[in-house]
Design a protein around this ligand. Structure first.
Ligand code: IPM
Ligand code: MN
Length: 370
C-alpha cells in the first residue's frame, strides 16, 4: 500500500533533521515492505523569501493530498522584525487551524543515560513519564480581536483568550482518553482564579469527569504547575491545557529530558488510536514534528540532534498508519545508537562519541536494518 507523506522541512535545522527521518523511514519501508512516497513543500521563512507568503497554496494542496505530514521547524532572526507584515510562524499556525489539529501531544520522557545532562538532580527525575496535551487551534493564539492600532494616545495591541464549550470539551476528552490508557491521572491546568475562560475550562472538565470516573482528576493553576514541573515532575501523567500555557509548559518540561533535541510531538484531530486499531485513511492528515525550533545558531553545521524528528516519525507510523512494529524499530534503533555511547553535540558529555546529524541518522537506519 502506498503511504503518502508530506515533508515540510521549513527553516534552520528543520530540513536537516527531517532528511534523517526520511532516510530512516525509507529503511523501514525496505525492511517491512512499505511503499512510502514523499511530497515536499516549502513553508516558513524560506517560503516568504521565495513566494512572499509563509504558506503557498501549492504547499497546502500538497499537504491535503497526503496521509500524514512530517514537519521540521520554522523561523529565524532574518524574519524576526516585529513590524513585518507576515511571519514564518504564520505558516504552521495556518496549517494547524486549517486541518483542525486541535490536540497537540507532547510526551516527556527522561532517557536514563541523559539524566545527568538535566539541570535537575537525578533523583528528582526518577519516574518522569508524562504527556503534555496542548490545545492547539484556539485560546490566546487564535481568539479575536487580534490586532494592533494607533491613535492619539499611542500604539495599542490586543490578543484574546477565548474558548467555546465545544473546543474545551473535545481536547479535555482526548486528555481523559489518553490518561485512561496510561496511569489514569489527568491534571487540568488553567488560570481559573483570574480568567473567565479558565473558569469555563474548569467547569467543563469537572462535568466531563462524570464519564471518566476511573481517571483521577486534578486542577492546578498554571503558575503553580510551572513550579511543580520542576519541583515534583514525576507526579504528572497527562496534563491538558490551553494553547499558550501548553506552549510555555512544554518548553519548560523539555529541560527534564536533558535536551529539547530529544522530544517529538504529534498534532491530531482525534485521540490517538488504540493499539491494533488502524486510523481510517482519507481524513485530514495529522502532523508530526520535533518540539524544538529552527535553531538558526547551529543550522548548516551538521550538528543538530535528529532524535526528536526520528521519534516523531515513529509516532507517525504508529498513529497515522497503525504500524506498531515498524514504529518500535525506529525507537529501538535510537536506543541502540545511544546505548553504544553515540551522541550529537547537544547531549554529549566526556567519554561519549560525538557524531553529526547525518551519521546519527545513518546509524539508526542501519539499526532498523532496511
Ligand atoms: C511550538 C512553537 C510554535 C508555537 C511557533 C513556531 C509558532 O513554539 O510549536 O511550540 O508557538 O506554537
Ligand atoms: Mn513552542
Amino acid at each position: 500500500m502506498e503511504l503518502k507523506i508530506a515533508v515540510i522541512g521549513g527553516d534552520g535545522i528543520g530540513p536537516e533533521v527531517t532528511a534523517e527521518s526520511v532516510k530512516v523511514l525509507d529503511a523501514v519501508g525496505r525492511r517491512y515492505g512499505h511503499d512510502f512516497t514523499w511530497r515536499t513543500g516549502v513553508m516558513g521563512g524560506c517560503a516568504i523569501d521565495k513566494f512572499g507568503t509563509p504558506i503557498p497554496d501549492k504547499t497546502m494542496d500538497t499537504i491535503l493530498g497526503c496521509d500524514a505530514i512530517l514537519f521540521g521547524a520554522v523561523g529565524g532572526p532574518k524574519w524576526d522584525d516585529p513590524r513585518a507584515k507576515t511571519r514564518p510562524e504564520d505558516g504552521i499556525l495556518h496549517i494547524r487551524k486549517e486541518l483542525g489539529l486541535f490536540a497537540n501531544v507532547r510526551p516527556i520522557k527522561v532517557y536514563p543515560e541523559l539524566a545527568h545532562a538535566s539541570p535537575l538532580r537525578e533523583d528528582q527525575l526518577q519516574g518522569v513519564d508524562m504527556v503534555i496535551l496542548r490545545e492547539l487551534t484556539g485560546g490566546l493564539y487564535f481568539g479575536r480581536p487580534k490586532k494592533r492600532w494607533e491613535n492619539a494616545r499611542g500604539r495599542r495591541a490586543v490578543d484574546t483568550l477565548s474558548y467555546t464549550e465545544k473546543e474545551i470539551e473535545r481536547v479535555v476528552r482526548v486528555g481523559f482518553e489518553m490518561a485512561r490508557n496510561r496511569r489514569k491521572k489527568l491534571t487540568s491546568v488553567d488560570k481559573a482564579n483570574v480568567l473567565e475562560s479558565g473558569r469555563l475550562w474548569r467547569e467543563i472538565t469537572i462535568e466531563l469527569h462524570h464519564e471518566y470516573r476511573d481517571v483521577e482528576l486534578d486542577h492546578v493553576l498554571v503558575d503553580n504547575a510551572a513550579m511543580q514541573l520542576i519541583t515534583n515532575p514525576a507526579q504528572f501523567d497527562v496534563i491538558v491545557t490551553e494553547n499558550t500555557f501548553g506552549d510555555i509548559l512544554s518548553d519548560e518540561a523539555s529541560v527534564l529530558s536533558g535536551s529539547m533535541g530529544m522530544l517529538p510531538s504529534a498534532s491530531l484531530t482525534s485521540p490517538p488510536p488504540k493499539k491494533g486499531v488502524r486510523r481510517r485513511r482519507g481524513g485530514k492528515p495529522a502532523l508530526y514534528e520535533p518540539i524544538h525550533g529552527s535553531a538558526p545558531d547551529i543550522s548548516g553545521h551538521g550538528v543538530a540532534n535528529p532524535v526528536a524528528s526520528l521519534l516523531s516519525s515513529a509516532i507517525m507510523l504508529r498513529w497515522s498508519f497503525g504500524l506498531h512494529e515498524e514504529a518500535d524499530s525506529i525507537e529501538k534503533g535510537v536506543d541502540a545508537v545511544m546505548a553504544e555511547g553515540f551522541r550529537t553535540r547537544d547531549i554529549a558529555s566526556e567519554g561519549d562519541k560525538c557524531i553529526g546529524t547525518v551519521q546519527f541518522g545513518d546509524m539508526v537506519a542501519s539499526a532498523v536494518g532496511g
